[in-house]
Each structure stands twice: as structure tokens, then as C-alpha cells.
Design a protein around this ligand. Structure first.
Ligand code: THU
Length: 161
């Protein structure tokens, strides 16, 4: 039997379709690309999350001469949120990026490791994380839950079964 697993997302031509607060969160993610430390890839990523309390936390990628030691913007943000605002779940997370000295027009989807980390954060707080993905300009994708980016994921439940 063939089964299908649907993936739903919103696509907008630019950020003008977003609410004021989503647009400002995406703006923040675009701004913090400037705080990336990415001398090896020259690929600058920024993330900004609005928490339930309304607080905003950010992250940017932090690379290392020993390449695998580097950390993506999303996981830098999650560590920042967990430490600075314990118990305060993430409501919406915006991600943007640009290659050094260039703009970007296509939404960036989180890497596999970050999808796993985002899923864990959703399960930990029992709350979906809404994602807003966009380059420095152009198309915006919105996804209702990070969970939908990792179908059939491995979770703590798998460890117990
Ligand atoms: N990167 C992120 O920060 N987030 C992603 O979701 C994809 C990749 C970073 C890691 C590395 O510093 C650079 O982008 C190139 O892979």
C-alpha cells in the first residue's frame, strides 16, 4: 500500500503579506546575519524567535577552524532561549541568511541537525514552533510546526520503545 505524508506551507512573494509582528521578527533575523561568525563558509545565517512572553531571542552561525565544531544559527538561538528565558516556549522563529557581500532571494530551510533540535524543543515545551523562512529579500515561506520538517522523526519515545 502506498501512503502519502502531506507537507503544507504558505508561500508569499515577499514580507508585505506578513503581520506587523512577523515582519519585524523576520527583519530581526535578517539583521542578526551581521553577527554571524562565518569566515570559512562565508554564509551568514540569522535567526530570531518570539517567545510566548513576547521576548525576542536571536542567534547566528558560529563557525570553527575545525569545521564540525561550528554551530548553526538555529541551535545557537535555542541555547540562548533555554538559558535566558527558561520555561518560556518559542511561538515563532524566523530564519534568514546571505552569502558574504551578496543578497539572497530563496528561503533557507534548516539543516537536518537543526530540524532535530527544533523538534526536541517543541516536544519539551509541548508547543509547535511556527517558522518564517526567507532570504534578505523576496519569497517568504511560513510553516505551522517544525515537526512537519522531520516526518517519522526519532524522539525520546523511540528510546523507550
Ligand atoms: N547554517 C546555519 O546556520 N543554519 C542552517 O540551517 C544551515 C547552515 C550554517 C552552518 C555553516 O556555518 C554555514 O551555514 C554553511 O553551512
Amino acid at each position: 500500500m502506498i501512503k502519502q505524508h502531506p507537507f503544507q506551507y504558505e508561500e508569499w512573494p515577499d514580507d508585505s503579506a506578513l503581520s506587523e509582528s512577523d515582519r519585524s521578527l523576520l527583519q530581526e533575523a535578517r539583521q542578526v546575519t551581521e553577527l554571524a561568525y562565518a569566515p570559512y563558509s562565508n554564509f551568514w545565517v540569522g535567526a530570531a524567535a518570539r517567545l510566548i512572553s513576547g521576548a525576542v531571542v536571536t542567534g547566528s552561525n558560529q563557525e570553527n577552524a575545525s569545521y564540525p565544531v561550528g554551530t548553526c544559527a538555529e541551535r545557537v538561538l535555542l541555547g540562548h532561549a533555554a538559558l535566558r528565558y527558561p520555561g518560556d516556549a518559542i511561538e515563532t522563529l524566523a530564519i534568514s541568511y546571505h552569502p558574504k557581500d551578496k543578497s539572497s532571494y530563496v528561503p533557507l530551510y534548516p539543516c537536518g541537525m537543526c530540524r532535530q533540535a527544533l523538534l526536541e524543543y517543541e516536544l519539551r515545551f509541548q508547543r509547535p514552533i511556527r517558522l518564517i523562512l526567507s532570504g534578505m529579500e523576496g519569497a517568504v515561506h511560513c510553516i505551522e510546526s517544525a515537526n512537519s520538517l522531520l516526518p517519522f522523526a526519532f524522539t525520546g519515545q523511540g528510546l523507550r520503545s
